[in-house]
Each structure stands twice: as C-alpha cells, then as structure tokens.
Write a protein that binds this ligand. Sequence first.
Ligand code: FBP
Length: 252
Amino acid sequence: MNERLEKIGTNGRFMFLAYDQGLEHGPTDFNDINIDPEHIMRIALEGKYSAVILQKGLALKYWKGTPYEKKVPLIVKINGKSSAWKGEAYSPQNTSVDFAHSLGASAVGYTIYLGSEYEYKMFSEFGKIVEDAHRLGMPAIAWVYPRGKYVEKDDSPEITAYAARIALELGADMAKIKYCGSTESFARAVKAAGKMRVVLSGGNKNTPEGFYQVVQSVLDAGGAGVAVGRNVWQSDDPLKVSQGLHKVVFGK
Ligand code: FBP
C-alpha cells in the first residue's frame, strides 16, 4: 500500500469529493450555484473531505496557487470522455502522471470500462500509469465501471467483484466501484480486491438518508469509504450532507 494514499485518509478511511462531472456528463448536472468550481472547493474544505477530484483544467484554475492547495489534497483525474460520445466506451488519457505530480496532486485517477471493445487500450494505459505514479511516489486509483459491448448487466455482484479484481491485478492502490445491491455482494468485491482499497462511487441522486445507508453498507462490507459528487453538491444543503457523511465514514 502506498503511504501517500494512507496520508490523505484518516485511519484507513476516505471521503473524496468528485467534481469531474463537467466533462463526463456536461453542465446538465449543474445548477447556477454548483456550476461554479469555487463553490465546490468551499464544500471540499468546509466539508472536511480527504481530497477533491478534478480534471487538469479545474486543478490549474481553482486549486493550484489558491489557498485550497495547502488545505485540500488533490486527485487529478487523468482521463475522461463526454456524454456526447455515443460510441463504444473508451476514456482517453488527457494528461500525464508527471503533469499531475508537478501540479502537486496526491494521487491520480483513471477510468477503465470493463467489457468495452477498448478495454485492452485502457488496461495498457493504466498499466503504465501505475508504473509512472509509483515511480513518483503517488498512488493510482482505478475507477472500474463495467460498460460497453460485452457487458450484459453492469451492476451484478459478479461483475462488480470482477471490477475490483481487475484493479488489483493491474496494480491499482485503490478501486472506485459502483454499489451492487447488498452488503454481502459488496463484501465479495472487497474480498476480490485483496490488499487493495475499495471505495464506493457515488451514483445517481438519492435522499441523504438513503445515501448514508449505502455508504454504511459499503463500510460494513469492508470498503474504505466513498468518492461522491452529485449526492453532495446537488443536494439542498451540501455541507449538512457532508457532515452526515463524515459521521458515517469517520464516526464523528
Ligand atoms: P457521482 O457521485 O456524481 O456519481 O460521481 C462519481 C463519478 O465516478 C464521477 O467521478 C464521474 O464523473 C461520474 O461518476 C461518472 O459517472 P458515469 O460514468 O456512471 O456516468
């Protein structure tokens, strides 16, 4: 396990604020308030997140050289695709591990679409990313989402455990995977992940209570926390939801 990953967590637990949806989904995810990255940076700081997840462009303009640089650890998401792309799932790399490191990132993140026709390209890109990141003393986090031509059911317990295992096999320090319905089934994914950390990928809008329950289930299953976006910053009171989440993840 990379010590730098543990450094951004607390007692082996992690609560990340994801804000890469501007690229992944487009501004349809945003209202007039949360479209402003400054607003999200304030939530990341005041909500006591372990780190904020940004694409390079936001990291350059809203983190680097700002007071947040010293206060909120950064994870740079180094690949991404838009929702306009309707082809087979593939998320090209748009920046390097070296650049993320030069920015001051604490970790890099990369999405792999398990079961896509282009899975082989993402495996290959991620393999190099792990090596580059470890050479620089940085952890590599794999978002592993079953998606594409060869995936029948993207949220089955089997494919979720497979997603976690793939991240382990490719050398990731942490996998960010989706919930597969129950504590028991998620526990199987955590088991498949071996020594690697597993966090929940937020998901579609839920009630705060419903979301806390899912996060609790992930922790009960042996998961290490959550990387969440919309369930926080699309809520009516993002700081209140962050506090509730903090209580679930860190017990205070
Ligand atoms: P949410 O909590 O908003 O679901 O964010 C988690 C995340 O993985 C983001 O990092 C990413 O932008 C988004 O989900 C991608 O979601 P999908 O590919 O399933 O539409």
